[in-house]
Design a protein around this ligand. Structure first.
Ligand code: SF4
Length: 314
């Protein structure tokens, strides 16, 4: 089956492969694993020898699922689905993670980069509009190697980097031209909450620099025939008691990124995993909390907002 993107979009990773740049990037990224600084945790462990840092994986590559996903943003899902690949473990420790079996308990299978490449080609073959890499941060070297293998065998659909936003700018620079769509969360606008609920000390400082670098590479989200092909798509999950700090998030996006930033304001928070240990997180959000967040985005001039209409507020 052919992808339904009806115009010619050729991802830049094709050109990077032809010029040998993908191979160079794989080499550099593999080296980084000797003294891992792939993400801002900067663990400095030798993952090529099997040592594990804060993400709890050594040299192995663990995948927990490969399938078309119809629950992502409409512009990723299109008609045939977003070609989702879930990676096990995570470089953050969100106490309310709804995928905690995957992110904490590493549910999944150890696979080779060749298998990962075949998974990408399979998703393209069944008509998915993109390859949606979920929680890819700690596997960037293996992912780039798999893309290199897959592109030689005909991979041509956009790659989505679907992450928690806790990213190293240096690693992102090594993804320049490889990733078509960056889809980071912006979880909090206060380092205090990042530490309290996700176990990272500098989330707000890190995510702003990461999002600036992502936007520098790909710009505002470009949607053609209803399907996203390139750009930045930010997810912001509204949390109870204004823990997500939505006002500062939207102010940052409008004033330091672009008023055309595509933002999915998400209402589906529910207390999962260990959220019940924190009373302030142990409930869903109210309709008032959600509509307040949307009003703030509008106040700062953001115009490309995806809202959760299913929530019955608007
Ligand atoms: S990818 Fe893992 S080992 Fe490497 S710096 Fe991040 S948390 Fe540490």
């Amino acid at each position: 089956m052919k992808t339904l993107i009806s115009f010619k979009y050729e991802p830049r990773y094709v050109e990077l492969n032809e010029k040998g740049i993908l191979r160079d990037r794989v080499e550099i990224l593999r080296q980084i694993l000797n003294d891992c600084t792939l993400c801002p945790r900067n663990c400095h462990v030798n993952r090529n020898l099997g040592r594990k840092g804060k993400c709890r994986v050594g040299k192995e590559l663990i995948i927990s699922g490969v399938h078309p996903h119809f629950g992502e943003e409409n512009c990723l899902v299109g008609t045939n689905g977003s070609g989702t690949i879930f990676f096990a473990s995570c470089n953050m420790n969100c106490i309310y993670c709804q995928n905690y079996e995957i992110s904490r308990f590493k549910r999944g299978e150890i696979v080779t980069v060749e298998t990962l490449a075949e998974s990408m080609l399979f998703l393209q073959r069944i008509g998915c509009h993109n390859i949606n890499l979920v929680t890819p941060t700690h596997y960037v070297p293996q992912i780039v190697e798999a893309i290199e293998i897959a592109v030689k065998k005909g991979l041509r659909i956009p790659i989505v980097y679907n992450c928690g936003g806790y990213e190293s700018v240096e690693t992102l620079k090594l993804l320049d031209g490889i990733i078509d769509i960056y889809m980071p969360d912006i979880k909090y606008s206060d380092n205090f909450y990042g530490l309290r609920y996700s176990g990272v000390p500098d989330y707000w400082d890190v995510v702003r620099e990461a999002v600036k670098e992502m936007w520098r590479q790909v710009g505002d989200l470009k949607i053609v025939d209803g399907v996203a092909v390139k750009g930045l798509l930010v997810r912001h999950l509204v949390l109870p008691n204004n823990i997500a700090g939505s006002e500062k998030v939207f102010e940052f996006l409008a004033n330091e990124i672009s008023k055309n930033t595509y933002v999915n304001i998400m209402a589906q928070y529910r207390p999962c995993f260990n959220a019940y240990l924190k009373p302030e997180l142990a409930r869903r959000i109210t309709p008032q909390e959600y509509s307040e967040a949307v009003k703030l985005a509008i106040k700062f001039g953001l115009s490309r907002i995806e809202i959760s209409s299913w929530y019955g507020i608007f």
